[in-house]
Design a protein. Structure first.
Length: 551
């Protein structure tokens, strides 16, 4: 290996300029590799750096998600060494040890690996996150299971049951590793599913459930008991569903876990919803709205009173949109009070109330008290019943701006839902300022998506809405997106301001057909139409849009 620095190699290839390199070196933090500095500053992606290194050094890239690591090679290197240098051994071949690294120019790791193993190292490159995931997979889980007395080979029915009194420390560690791995992979939910002969652990990442680990069924009771202890649930009760909550710190983040157990014929199933309490608020500009809808929403929340509702199913990003609006409104001259279940993001300058049904602090009861706190703006986590809806409307009519969410499929159906809850039509007409309905679609990976000609069916769909389409982007898959073709999610919005004609129709309790006709007449784009625009912009695919919206 020639001793060249990454900055020099990128400069030679014309990937960066000398000025960019100089600036990056000035902004490089202590103990930070220069490649990490480029990524942090947004100058280059990790994929671009690895591609440039492959061209200049001949170090090939490896797809770790599809690679089975040799246990013998793993046994020659300890976990601390792998974490320190962000590498993982792959296999032994002759007198060589092959390994994957996020920094092929880390010659210190190269020499240490040779001294440690006695083999000649041969490097492959892979993204840092992929390597850390594999370290968690092969070192963390494997050793914890061994401590539990479970071998990582195929589990047979002849193996003795785990009836011995093991120290519970390994199970504590195993559950902690499941949680830490989920947070690292940006999962929104963890599913622990008992099967006949194994336990499936699945993470929901970007809205898609995927099996990440399999464990032997005989540790199910220990695992469930540990989770219940953490959530202050009854570990002796296995016949009825239970709910609980865990607040903890994982990877320097304040995490709130909502726990739900469900007895099934194979054992208790657990689902854990992950809420990052240390998360940063999004801005309205970053939600994915087009310019017109962004202006409409800003006009809605600029009103001194009225109700603005965000609708959509669970997990569609409603709370993110509400917090983005609150960020725009959060000033010293206004009193903002929220009532939430749970408080997902703690915000300086906003008075946030946590619902506690066990002491009768419900949305409705909290809202009554909030109205005595001289608020300008009220945010209600969710309108769940007619009582909360009526108090919200009264609050808006007495000079308050009210923001809330509601579980409905689209903007017009939100109006119908409130009318069906026996809210007086004339009160709703005069208080409702606007409705934002939304969904989340997966965003195409910018590293590997490619242009393609639309097929006849796609052309026909776009033509139906008077839209031309010359090219569409397709998902491919690469190390940067873990070979999924998508990375992250973006919102698709249906924004409906309540103008005079709609107010009149609401007061007259018009049919849903008339309400929809008027909404489209005043220029509202449906969720499906908004999704088509995202496809045309190359942000997502038609398949993603059709999963969440249809006409």
């Amino acid at each position: 290996m020639a001793l060249k620095r990454i900055g020099d190699l990128l400069l030679e290839q014309g990937v960066i300029t000398k000025e960019v390199l100089t600036d990056a070196l000035k902004k490089q933090e202590k103990n930070e590799r220069l490649g990490e500095t480029f990524v942090r500053l947004g100058i280059l992606s990790e994929g671009q750096i690895l591609h440039a290194l492959e061209d200049s050094t001949g170090v090939k890239r490896v797809a770790l998600a599809n690679y089975t690591v040799d246990e013998k090679a793993l046994g020659m290197v300890d976990e601390a060494f792998c974490r320190r240098h962000v590498l993982i051994p792959l296999r032994l071949e002759g007198n060589k040890i092959f390994y994957a690294t996020s920094d092929p120019l880390d010659f210190e790791a190269f020499e240490e690996l040779r001294a440690l193993t006695g083999y000649r190292p041969k490097a492959f490159s892979s993204p840092k996150n992929d390597i850390i995931t594999q370290i968690e997979k092969y070192y963390g889980f494997t050793r914890t299971l061994e401590a539990l007395g479970v071998k990582q080979s195929i589990i047979t029915e002849q193996e003795e049951d785990l009836e011995d009194e093991y120290d519970d420390t390994p199970m504590v560690k195993l559950v902690n590793q499941i949680l830490a791995s989920a947070v690292f992979q940006r999962a929104s939910d963890i599913h622990i599913d008992p099967m006949d002969d194994k336990i499936l652990v699945r993470y929901r990442v970007d809205g898609i459930l995927e099996v990440v680990r399999e464990f032997p069924i005989k540790i199910l009771n220990q695992m469930i008991s540990r989770i219940k202890v953490m959530a202050n649930m009854d570990i002796t009760e296995t016949r009825i569903p239970q709910d609980g909550r865990i607040q903890t710190f994982i990877q320097q983040k304040s995490i709130d876990l909502r726990i739900s157990t469900l007895p099934t014929v194979r054992g208790e199933k657990v689902v854990m919803r992950i809420l990052d309490l240390s998360g940063q608020m999004s801005r309205i500009k970053s939600l994915g709205l087009d310019d017109k809808d962004e202006r409409v929403i800003r006009d809605m929340i600029a009103q001194p009173n009225g109700i603005v509702l965000v609708s959509g199913p669970t997990g569609s990003g409603k709370t993110t949109t509400l917090y983005a609006c609150l960020h725009e409104l959060n000033r010293q001259d206004v009193n903002i009070v929220t009532v939430e279940d749970p408080v997902e993001i703690k915000v300086t300058g906003i008075n946030q109330v946590q619902v506690h049904p066990d002491v009768h602090l419900t949305f409705a009861n909290a809202l009554r008290s909030i109205l005595r706190q001289d608020p300008n703006i009220i945010m209600i986590g969710e309108i769940r019943d007619v009582e909360t809806a009526e108090i919200s409307i009264r609050a808006s009519l007495t000079g308050h701006l009210v923001l809330s969410t509601i579980h409905t499929n689209d903007a017009v159906k939100t109006i119908v839902r409130l009318l069906d809850m026996n809210v007086e039509p004339f009160l709703l007409a005069s208080s409702l300022t606007g409705v934002i309905s939304q969904r989340l679609v997966r965003r195409l990976c910018t590293q590997c998506s490619y242009d393609d000609d639309p097929n006849p069916a796609e052309v026909a769909i776009f033509k139906r809405y008077a839209l031309d389409i010359d090219k569409v982007k397709r998902a491919k898959g690469c190390p940067s997106c873990n070979y999924k073709g998508y990375a992250g999610r973006v919102g698709v919005f249906e924004v409906l301001p309540i103008k005079s004609n709609l107010q009149k129709l609401i007061a007259e309790r018009a049919t849903i057909d008339l309400l929809e006709k008027e909404a489209r007449r005043q220029g509202m784009l449906t969720l499906f139409q908004a999704g088509l625009l995202k496809v045309r912009q190359g942000i997502t695919t038609l398949e993603e849009v059709m999963k969440v919206a249809s006409e």
